[in-house]
Design a protein around this ligand. Structure first.
Ligand SMILES: Cc1ncc(COP(=O)(O)O)c(C=O)c1O
Ligand SMILES: Nc1c(O)cccc1C(=O)C[C@H](N)C(=O)O
Length: 427
């Protein structure tokens, strides 16, 4: 890991303060120029919620306007034949290549993560007849747990709950102990939404396979920020958001991944015409498409898929100009700097670090806990400092490698300190 420690100063010189260190880190950052590619917000001084909603790129603002006039207004219905019909798979392939380590023909875009989870879990259960157990962890995102609870009730399946350390995540040993001949599927988040814990995807996938189970990874907090190599890890299924680190915009449709050799065996429960063999034949019976298109259902959200392409361009460009590790390296430096400042400025006020300190086990956000954060956060938002709150007492700093600066982290943590001091001062 690259250290965030500032250069050693000649003896006797005062230690560099947070702002000076942030400036030095920004000056040395090989990705610093990418920040100019995002639209600034007039009233935000520190945007620290890139893991919930990524900022718009300048290119996306132009692309959306151009689409309205040059595509929608002028091509009208002809647009479907010319390019729109293929977009869910064409953009799926691009996400696969740039952010998932997935060869073409395995990734699609469509629906929300919630709906894709539902489709893939249902398909996986049917592909493991006779096995009735799904392994999931109690710290998984609510929608994952709710979808699984619904499917368990619908299909008579049993959920086997893993209980990770609340501030950490699921380990390979926990999964190895839980899976067995009854296990159809293991559903886990690669980066935990609350703690930011980064799971060991490859060995966990292997131990599930050893028991004959399939594995579905939720990649919402990984795609675009953390290295993912689905093909190399031999992952079966994955799903994830595009509005976080892929900057697709509010409600942009999610992606799903189904490994090529599983596709023919996997049926999905929402049989719609867009996933059928020949949508425009308007035939009497549904026959699923033979490829990854079979996981689509209805008309794709074309407008919602536009913006993510610009972030994929930037991620590719960052890899080309600064090296394939540059995005992860920046993410590790940002979260490392955030933790350094938290230790220095917030831990003395009673704040507790709720994210892994080992950078190898950490995604691109850092969570800190304090009982007063629920009251502090609205006051921060009013000052243009924007982290988010996760119950019961967590403040998340979501640091997006191409758009977040070290200065934003410093401004944010100093604002948290000032507001917390004020909020907890005796009357
Ligand atoms: C880990 C995780 N899974 C799933 C979701 C839900 O996705 P959606 O609301 O797009 O279905 C989110 C965020 O909302 C998330 O953080
Ligand atoms: N999807 C969201 C929304 O529609 C509104 C507010 C926040 C979100 C989020 O993405 C939350 C996020 N998945 C989380 O990790 O908490």
């Amino acid at each position: 890991m690259t250290s965030t420690t500032p250069p050693v100063r000649p003896s006797g010189a005062p230690a560099a303060g947070p702002a000076e260190r942030a400036a030095a880190l920004d000056a040395a950052d090989p990705l610093t120029r990418f920040r100019e590619e995002f639209v600034p917000s007039a009233d935000v001084v520190a945007y620290l919620d890139g893991n919930s909603l990524g900022r718009p790129t300048r290119a996306s603002v132009e692309r959306l306007a151009r689409f309205a006039t040059e595509q929608w207004a002028s091509r009208l219905i002809r647009g479907w034949d010319e390019s729109w019909y293929e977009l869910p798979l064409a953009i799926g392939d691009r996400i696969g290549e740039t952010a998932l380590g997935a060869a073409p023909g395995q990734t699609f875009v469509g629906d929300s993560t919630t709906v894709i989870l539902y489709k893939l879990v249902r398909g996986a259960l049917d592909a493991r007849p006779g096995r009735t157990e799904i392994v999931v962890d109690t710290g998984n995102f609510p929608t994952d747990r709710f979808v699984l609870q619904g499917i368990a009730a619908e299909r008579g399946a049993t959920l086997r709950w893993l209980s990770p350390d609340p501030d950490a995540g699921v380990t390979t040993d926990q999964v190895a102990d839980a899976v067995g001949p009854e296990t159809a599927l293991v559903v886990l988040s690669h980066v935990a939404y609350r703690s930011g814990y980064l799971a060991d995807a490859e060995p966990i996938t292997r131990v599930a396979h050893d028991a004959g189970a399939l594995v579905l990874w939720d990649l919402c907090h990984s795609a675009g920020a953390v290295p993912v190599t689905l093909d190399a890890w031999d992952v079966d299924l994955a799903a994830g958001c595009t509005y976080k680190y892929l900057n697709g915009g509010p409600g942009s449709p999610a992606f799903g991944y189904v490994r090529a050799d599983l596709q023919a065996a996997l049926t999905q429960p929402i049989q719609g015409w867009m996933g059928s063999d020949a949508p425009f034949e308007m035939g009497p019976e549904y026959a699923p498409h033979t490829g990854v298109r079979r996981f689509l259902s209805g008309t794709p959200a074309v407008v919602g898929m536009l913006a993510m392409q610009d972030m994929l361009d930037l991620l590719d460009e960052a890899g080309n100009v600064a090296g394939s590790d540059a995005v992860r390296d920046k993410s590790v430096r940002l979260t490392g700097f955030a933790l350094d400042l938290v230790d220095e400025l917030l831990v003395p006020l009673g704040v507790r670090v709720a994210s892994p300190r080992d950078p190898a086990r950490r995604g691109s956000h850092v969570t800190i806990d304090h009982a007063a954060f629920e009251r502090v956060i609205p006051r921060l938002w009013a000052q243009g400092v924007v982290p988010d709150f996760r119950r019961p007492d967590g403040l998340r700093l979501g640091l997006s490698p191409l758009s977040t600066s070290f200065a934003e982290v410093q401004v944010g943590v100093e604002a948290i300190r000032a507001t917390l001091l004020d909020e907890t001062a005796s009357p």
